[in-house]
Design a protein around this ligand. Structure first.
Ligand code: SF4
Length: 307
């Protein structure tokens, strides 16, 4: 098979920074242990497993809010994850005198700053997915933000003031879905809008839209990673190329490649380069007619995942 590697690959600057903060904290004697993370430091379970191995405790319980998780912590240090943390959680940790290290991405904070700067002159509308940690953090900034998650929400939007709308968005959505919602809002409302999709997400989606002709696109990344899931969606909707998402080579089904000649590969912003390289090398040696090339046991070490 011909394998085309789409660029960029490896961690985006926000994920790279968050992981460096955690790795430095593990080694730093002045950082109180244990180290806790509320949810996942970045949306990738392989990284969580690697951090578990080094003694970091990630609360990853979908039935608990971050505030409930914070209530349970009485010692050590909490590292705030890359996509932001609500003010209520920050206050709770402060009152408990827990050491806190902030690993929030600068692109996420840029959106917070814009909201706080514009909230008095505009009615803020935030396009994002309900219950995503980034959305939870944004909604905690002020009570005056309206969350819009779909075209239907946009149609139903009822303004609370006479001010024009200021539209901003979750950093990892697809430009297509954000623009579709903005177009709907424009039908009834006066507004200003600048896309706040981060550069890492924009570049990856652009590469998928312009990908070379292929039978399949393999997207390497976690099921919880918003930007990863968007790459699969963009490939099928905009590039009309069938796509499978895998977390590592272990998720690959060799039957996908029967009669397949060209495969493109991309990866989410929180996917380790080592995992993507293993997928690419597996596909390069794969031959559907030779079962000795089918073994898809992943051999990437925890150290490689975090590097
Ligand atoms: S995907 Fe974008 S917003 Fe998220 S950590 Fe990376 S650069 Fe920051």
């Amino acid at each position: 098979m011909i394998i085309n590697e789409l660029k960029p690959q490896g961690f985006c600057h926000g994920v790279a920074k968050a992981l460096k903060i955690v790795k430095d904290a593990i080694k730093d004697k002045n950082v109180k242990k244990p180290i806790y993370i509320l949810g996942l430091i970045v949306h990738n379970k392989k990284i969580k497993e690697a951090l578990d191995h080094y003694g970091v405790i990630s609360f990853d319980n979908p039935n608990m809010t971050r505030l409930e998780m914070a209530k349970k912590i009485n010692d050590g240090t909490v590292i705030l994850s890359a996509h932001g943390t609500s003010l209520a959680v920050k206050k709770m940790l402060e009152t408990k005198n827990i050491q806190v290290i902030d690993a929030t991405c600068s692109d996420v904070y840029k959106v917070h700053t814009q909201i706080l700067k514009n909230k008095d002159d505009y009615e803020i509308v935030y396009i994002g997915k309900k219950n995503h940690p980034e959305v939870e953090a944004v909604l905690s900034l002020t009570n005056d933000i309206t969350l819009v998650s779909s075209i239907s929400d946009a149609r139903k939007l009822k303004k609370r003031t006479k001010k024009p709308l200021y539209i901003t968005n979750q950093t990892t959505l697809s430009l297509f879905e954000v623009l579709t919602i903005v177009q709907e809002l424009k039908k009834k409302h006066q507004l200003i809008f600048n896309s706040d999709i981060c550069m890492a997400t924009t570049k990856r989606q652009g590469a998928v839209i312009e990908q070379p002709k292929a039978d399949l696109l393999i997207v390497v990344g976690d099921t919880y990673s918003s930007n990863t899931n968007k790459l699969k969606e963009v490939s099928e909707r905009d590039a009309k190329i069938k796509s499978y998402r895998v977390e590592s080579i272990s998720d690959i089904d060799p039957e996908w490649f029967k009669d397949v000649k060209i495969v493109n590969v991309t990866s989410g912003a929180s996917t380790s380069k080592a995992i993507t390289s293993e997928v690419i090398n597996y596909l390069k040696q794969f031959n559907y007619n030779d079962k000795s090339t089918w073994d898809n046991t992943s051999k990437v070490s925890y150290e490689e995942i975090l590097s």
